[in-house]
Design a binder for this molecule. Structure first.
Ligand code: PMP
Ligand code: GLN
Length: 389
């Protein structure tokens, strides 16, 4: 008899949700030994210095629970980094919480804000964790739907999505999966609407240090109308090539942080202690994160140039580690079917953009992750050249 032979039935809280597209495509890539440009994680290791720091703190007794809000030196280092970027002070004691990656920060922020029947405005395409978190809390997602290759946000359209029931808005810049970076004007427009309707904003800024060309990251912390009402969610996973360490943070004004911590303390209580010490020491050298944009911009350029002449249409990504390509001039195939076929037959894995839309709209766009070694990017591009469309 197996444990499954009991006949027990459980009513699902997320009946429409299956395994994430990132897990599915990475698994398919492994099965077919394809070049994996699907799931967003760096192919390269973090720096030897950071590895050494983690070992140092494991070896010097930093192995028990950290304080619930995170170790103070890390919160102080984050406070200084944010002040240098946006001239706003988040108090390390009362306004910064260390989380288990941005995923936990987002989940807890959404749980802190959303009550049964509340509406939450979500811009789609949207990162996959937002909507399930809203629904788990009895909230209702209300979408502002943008094309994956959009140029401008129509703020009249956004304004029309607000209702008496709107409790929060979720934003993400630089954006996964479009690579779009929001301008200061966009954030100001959102600030006005958020103030007018007295709603909370949750700003996912995990790619804050991966930004290209003339673009600049405008954090919600630098717009006063937003800073007073926003939970900013960040992550060291992207910034230091340590997605597996799962260390992130949430910045928010004191009263918001107090409510956030009530939930955070019962979700994880606290976060990996030696990793927090290692990161706090590593943060003392700003070059460790300020050099990241140039590193990734070179990879974006390499990939964009390497797929030139394939017939795939590319608008160079403005930030994040993703590049979208439009294949509609080459094929009518549905993006999910195509992504799976390219993995099996061409040996290169990507993510179909339809996975980022609530109703799985297909814009004939695939997302490629260029956080990979140059050799892997060349090989992936070469395989794309050989595709028989
Ligand atoms: N938000 C976005 C937009 C992401 O792309 C990711 C992960 N890649 C996360 C949040 C989650 O971050 P973490 O790995 O720190 O939990
Ligand atoms: N954020 C990563 C991506 O967009 C994946 C993270 C995950 O697998 N959950 O590909």
């Amino acid at each position: 008899m197996s444990a499954s032979d009991t006949g027990v039935v459980l009513k699902s809280k997320l009946p429409k949700v299956g395994t994430t597209i990132f897990t599915r495509m990475s698994k398919l890539a492994e099965e077919y030994k394809a070049i994996n440009l699907s799931q967003g994680f760096p192919e390269f290791d973090c720096s030897p210095e950071l590895q050494h720091l983690l070992g140092k703190y494991v070896g010097s007794g930093k192995n028990q629970y950290a304080p619930m809000a995170g170790i103070l030196p890390l919160r102080e280092a984050i406070s200084e980094k944010v002040y240098n970027a946006s001239a706003l002070t988040y108090h390390p004691e009362t306004e910064i919480t260390i989380t288990s990656g941005a995923t936990e920060a987002l989940y807890v922020a959404i749980s802190t804000v959303v009550h049964l029947g509340d509406e939450v405005i979500v811009f789609e395409p949207a990162y996959d964790s937002y909507v399930p978190a809203i629904e788990m809390n009895g909230g209702i997602p209300v979408f502002v739907t943008l094309s994956p290759l959009y140029d401008e946000i129509d703020w009249n359209q956004v304004a029309s999505r607000f209702s008496e029931k709107t409790r929060a808005v979720i934003i993400n810049t630089p954006h996964n999966p479009t690579g779009k970076v929001w301008s200061k004007e966009d954030l100001k427009a959102l600030g006005e609407l958020a103030q007018k309707h007295d709603v909370i904003v949750i700003s996912d800024e995990v790619y804050e240090h991966i930004i290209f060309d003339e673009h600049l990251h405008v954090s919600a912390s630098s717009i006063p109308a937003l800073a007073e009402r926003t939970f900013i969610c960040g992550s060291f996973g992207k910034t230091f090539h340590i997605t597996g360490w799962k260390v992130g943070y949430c910045l928010a004004p004191k009263l918001l942080t107090e409510e956030f911590r009530k939930i955070h303390q019962y979700v994880v209580f606290s976060v990996n202690t030696p990793a927090q010490f290692a990161i706090s020491e590593y943060l003392s050298e700003p070059a460790h994160y300020l050099e990241l944009s140039a590193f990734y911009e070179a990879k974006r350029d390499l990939f964009v140039q390497a797929i030139e002449g394939t017939g795939l249409v590319v608008k160079p990504s403005e930030g994040s580690f993703f590049q979208n390509v439009y294949y509609g001039d080459l094929s009518e195939e549905h993006d999910l079917a195509l992504a799976e076929r390219l993995t099996r037959e061409a040996g290169v894995a990507s993510i179909p953009l339809s996975s980022f839309y609530y109703s799985n709209s297909d814009y004939r766009v695939l997302r490629f992750c260029f956080a990979k070694n140059d050799d892997t990017l060349y090989k992936g591009a070469e395989l794309l050249r050989q595709v028989k469309w």
